[in-house]
Design a protein around this ligand. Structure first.
Ligand SMILES: Nc1nc2c(ncn2[C@@H]2O[C@H](COP(=O)(O)OP(=O)(O)OP(=O)(O)O)[C@@H](O)[C@H]2O)c(=O)[nH]1
Ligand SMILES: [Mg+2]
Length: 196
C-alpha cells in the first residue's frame, strides 16, 4: 500500500473521546515494550509518528492514527508492565477491553508477541479473551524478528503457536520493525479485510 498521508489524530482514555467516523479500525495489542508503536512506524515508513521508546509503559492512553482516510491504526496501552500499581493495571485493562468490546468499526486485531520468548501467561489470557469476547479476526505478529538467527525462526514460531494453542488457520506473521520484514504480508491482510 502506498501511504500518502498518515497522521496522528486523537488520544483517548474513555469512549466519549474516540473519534467519530465510518472507517475500519485496526487495533494493536500486546505487552508493554513488544513493539506496537514501532510496528505503526514501520508499516508507514515513518520514523517517529507513533512514539516508541526504550522505557516500557510509554503508551498509557489510546492513540488513533488516520491512514489516508481509508482506515485507522489504534495503538492500545501495553499490558504486563510490572512497575505499576494493581489499581493502575486494572484501569489499563478496562481501557483496553472497553475499546475492544464496544467499537463497531473495529475490523482486525493485531496482537504482537516477542518472537524470542514463549508467550507469557498474560499473552495467553489476552488471546483467549479475544477469541471468546469479540468476533474480529486476530492476527498474531511475532515481533523483533531481527533479534534471532534465521536458523531459529521456525522453532520460535512453532513455540508461539503451541503456547497460544493456535488453530492452523489462525494467522501468524513474523515481523521486524527494524528491517521492515513482514510489512508487505501485513498490508495484504489489512487490504483484504478493509475492502469488505
Ligand atoms: N530490534 C528491534 N527492536 C524493536 C523492534 N520493535 C520495537 N523495538 C524496540 O523495542 C522497544 C519498545 O518498542 P515500542 O514500539 O515502543 O513498544 P510498545 O509495544 O509500543 O510499548 P508500550 O508503548 O510501552 O506498550 C524500543 O526500544 C524499540 O526500538 C524490532 O522489530 N526489532
Ligand atoms: Mg507504544
Amino acid at each position: 500500500m502506498n501511504i500518502q498521508n498518515a497522521k496522528y489524530e486523537v488520544t483517548a482514555v474513555k469512549p466519549e473521546q474516540y473519534p467519530s467516523h465510518q472507517l475500519p479500525e485496526i487495533a494493536l495489542v500486546g505487552r508493554s515494550n513488544v513493539g506496537k508503536s514501532s510496528f505503526i512506524n514501520a508499516m508507514l515508513n515513518r520514523r517517529n509518528l507513533a512514539k516508541s521508546s526504550a522505557t516500557p509503559g510509554k503508551t498509557r492512553v489510546i492513540n488513533f492514527y488516520n491512514i489516508d482516510e481509508t482506515c485507522y491504526f489504534v495503538d492500545l496501552p501495553g499490558y504486563g508492565y510490572a512497575k505499576v500499581s494493581k489499581a493502575e493495571k486494572a484501569t489499563w485493562d478496562r481501557m483496553i477491553k472497553n475499546y475492544l468490546e464496544a467499537r463497531p468499526h473495529l475490523k482486525l486485531i493485531i496482537m504482537l508477541v516477542d518472537v524470542r520468548h514463549a508467550p507469557s501467561p498474560e499473552d495467553q489470557m489476552m488471546f483467549d479473551w479475544l477469541l471468546t469476547n469479540q468476533e474480529n479476526p486476530v492476527l498474531i505478529l511475532a515481533s523483533k524478528l531481527d533479534k534471532i538467527p534465521r536458523s531459529q525462526i521456525q522453532k520460535h514460531l512453532k513455540r508461539i503457536r503451541q503456547v497460544l494453542e493456535m488453530n492452523p488457520q489462525e494467522m501468524l506473521i513474523p515481523f521486524s520493525a527494524t528491517n521492515r520484514q513482514g510489512t508487505k504480508e501485513v498490508w495484504e491482510v489489512i487490504r483484504q479485510i478493509i475492502k469488505n
